[in-house]
Design a protein around this ligand. Structure first.
Ligand SMILES: Cc1ncc(COP(=O)(O)O)c(C=O)c1O
Length: 380
């Protein structure tokens, strides 16, 4: 079956008891056992829940994995993956990663004795150079956040494979519509389900998908032991979101491409970072790695300073001033004061996250309305 068909049918089989075409939301936290010490398919909702399982099955199919695990948030999913590491292990992460991942790695994961380094993953040689004898995991994002850097996932997978290291990819921006990292050799795909997968700014969630059953079992053990699971209401909303994922992504990407081209020639804008533009350094890799479109996130730098960027971000009417991304409504934010405020200012500057940057999450509104909104805001 094609992607779009699987998004609708896998995991969403009709309810055998009632014939309902939408599976019910299972709220029970505990399940009657066939006998003492005799476990049925489900026993307790932290360990397994049919509504969560339905979402996991759909997502695993879309990513081409053996299975998926759904979490209460993207950060819970990321944390679970890092808990595969032991004290004394080393992790190398790409430099262009979500601010919350940076904070988790540098303020929580390091306290468990795991060493963390950052490297520019858009150049896999730099990632390789940052590896040490005790490196056990590479963590990358593509497109990166907020600079839209493109990392060659297949090249990183080859490096990871040669060194016997796990490659984890935060694929939140790309979604399985555009990139399927497991097919490119990655071991773990992570999603903030909160974003495109659920897609409507009304459900928080996260997920890990893997292609190896043993790895799935290890991650499941950590998830069950630590407990950050996705609740059934959110699992239902996430499953509903997946059904329209491909249509939303394709349309949002079309609008993002148009807005990037509009901003590119505007003298009020000094830089546009969008992989769909030919001048983007990662354009060729993105054209190979992303399926026919370049994502619906785009970053630009206003010709001006922090105050100018702040004024522009505050002046839009349709683009809502808010963190997060990936939903039907368009959002605007200033990374230096919002999504990446948890970086040390020096680290932010070192990674090129300047004060004049603005990040857009392009939604499903008419592209003309979004263009007009940006146009008036740039005069602020
Ligand atoms: C790329 C990326 N990864 C991970 C996360 C964390 O996900 P959550 O907010 O669902 O915990 C986010 C959230 O903004 C994100 O943008």
């Amino acid at each position: 079956m094609h992607f779009r068909t699987r998004a609708i049918h896998v995991g969403n089989e009709r309810d055998p008891q009632t014939g309902a075409v939408v599976p019910p939301i299972h709220l029970a936290t505990t399940y009657v056992q066939p006998g003492a010490g005799d476990w049925g398919e489900y026993d307790y909702s932290r360990s397994g829940n049919p509504t969560r399982k339905a979402f996991e099955r759909t997502l695993a199919s879309l990513e081409g994995g053996v299975g998926a695990l759904a979490f209460a948030s993207g950060m819970a999913a990321t944390h679970c993956a890092t808990m595969l590491l032991n004290a004394g292990d080393h992790l190398v992460a790409g430099a262009d990663i979500y601010g919350g991942t940076y904070r988790l790695l540098h303020k929580i994961v390091n306290r468990a004795g795991v060493e963390v380094s950052l490297a520019d993953s858009s150049n896999p040689e730099k990632l390789k150079a940052a590896m040490r004898p005790n490196t056990r995991m590479l963590w990358i994002e593509s497109p990166g956040n907020p600079l839209m850097s493109i990392t060659d996932i297949a090249a990183c997978a080859e490096i990871a494979r040669r060194r016997g290291v796990l490659l984890a990819v935060d694929s939140t921006f790309a979604t399985p519509v555009l990139t399927r990292p497991l097919e490119l050799g990655a071991d773990i795909v992570m999603h903030s389900v909160t974003k495109y997968l659920a897609g409507h700014s009304d459900a928080l969630g996260g997920a890990l998908v893997v292609r190896d059953q043993k790895l799935l079992d290890q991650l499941y053990f950590v998830q069950n032991a630590t407990g950050g699971v996705l609740g059934p209401f959110e699992a239902f909303l996430a499953s509903r979101g997946l059904k329209t994922l491909e249509l939303r992504i394709r349309e949002q990407c079309r609008t993002a491409q148009r807005l990037a081209e509009f901003l590119l020639n505007d003298p009020r804008v000094s830089r546009v970072l969008y992989p769909g533009l030919k001048n983007h350094p990662g354009h060729d890799i993105a054209a190979r790695q992303m399926d026919g479109a370049f994502g619906a996130m785009l970053t630009f730098e206003v010709a001006g300073d922090f105050a100018k960027a702040k004024r522009v971000a505050e002046a839009t009417r349709l683009f809502q001033l808010a963190v997060s991304l990936g939903a039907v409504e368009s959002l605007i934010e200033q990374p230096a004061s919002m999504s990446h405020a948890s970086y040390d200012p020096a680290a932010r500057a070192a990674h090129g996250i300047t004060d004049a940057l603005i990040r857009l999450s392009v939604g499903l509104e008419a592209h003309e309305d979004l263009r007009d909104d940006l146009n008036q805001a740039l005069d602020a």
